[in-house]
Ligand binder design. Sequence first.
Ligand code: HEM
Length: 341
Amino acid sequence: MQAREPQPILASITEAAIFLTLTVELGAQEGVRDLLSDVSGLRRSVGFRIPEAELTCVAGVGAALWDRLFGVPRPAGLHPFRELNGSRHSASATPGDLFFHIRAHRLDLCFELAQLLTARLNPYAQVADEVHGFRSFDERDLLGFVDGTENPEGSAGRAAVLIDEEDPEFAGGSYVVAQKYLHDLQAWNALTVEEQERAFGRTKLSDVEFPDELKPANSHLALNTIVDENGEQQQIMRFNMPFGRVGAGEFGTYFVGYVRGPEVIEQMLENMFIGRPPGSYDRILDFSTAVTGNLFFVPTLDFLDNPPTRARAAVRSTEDAPVSSDGSLGIGGLKGSSPAA
Ligand code: HEM
């Protein structure tokens, strides 16, 4: 199989990020397809002048927009974000067709690229959510804990996020789950440090994981450690960023997690919101409310630079795979998807 170039998902940690979620107007497919093929060029226009700022942009496409732009084949795991309603906390699905994760060591470059992208998309798409994240000193989130330590490194990182032979048509692509969380810092800071550490299952100052036997079952780490049938830990790659407005009392974490199959993050979310066992939900949710929720497919750079038209994608799929009379491919993970607009 010819190696396809992934988008720069595994870029190193940066000081700034802008997360843009957009909804696409009906009938705007041509304009959006054109813009997608120009994302790399626009990034170069901004980033080339200040290479040390390491500007990157990852673009993602939601399930409904995928159907409108490309039809079949559809990436095997792409479907609308699955909502979860636990006994106390909910993870809702919110509007989102397109996603841009823009990162650089300087916010000005992220902002310039966000401006160029939204100007180009202006007649075709509306910004549904925009978050400007910053890297906090010590890599801490606004709950005061070091965030990102257990991300897989090197080849383990690539193996965690990049699709391989399980979906050859989309090999080199990935999935991203994005959720904006708002924290009740007053309530969180009323806890003792020991109580906060039990909520995470990790020490606060020294960032050391509790031994398994001391990790409460409802701690963030216990619930987010999942293993497959061979006992192997399932990994994802997180690039969370703090954001907020002190005057408005807004303090948040933008969760962004990449994975080669969304079922891994979906299992983590189920553990967090429903609980493992049900009812034993993630303690950090008592201080963190998810206000957005989306799943996007992240195609390869090759696909993005030269996106197929809907007709071409359909022709390719009839050559490659049997399509049933209703036009569906019968691949896993398509249940519950919204109809093509
Ligand atoms: C309010 C939002 C969140 C905050 C503040 C947060 C914070 C943290 C912190 C501080 C850690 C420990 C250090 C580390 O990064 O390894 C952690 C670990 C982790 N988090 Fe989160 N997180 C949030 C949401 C999520 C969500 C929504 C998921 C997945 C659906 C998730 C998955 C994980 C995983 C997989 C680990 C590593 C577990 C391990 O291997 O030990 N987090 N998170």
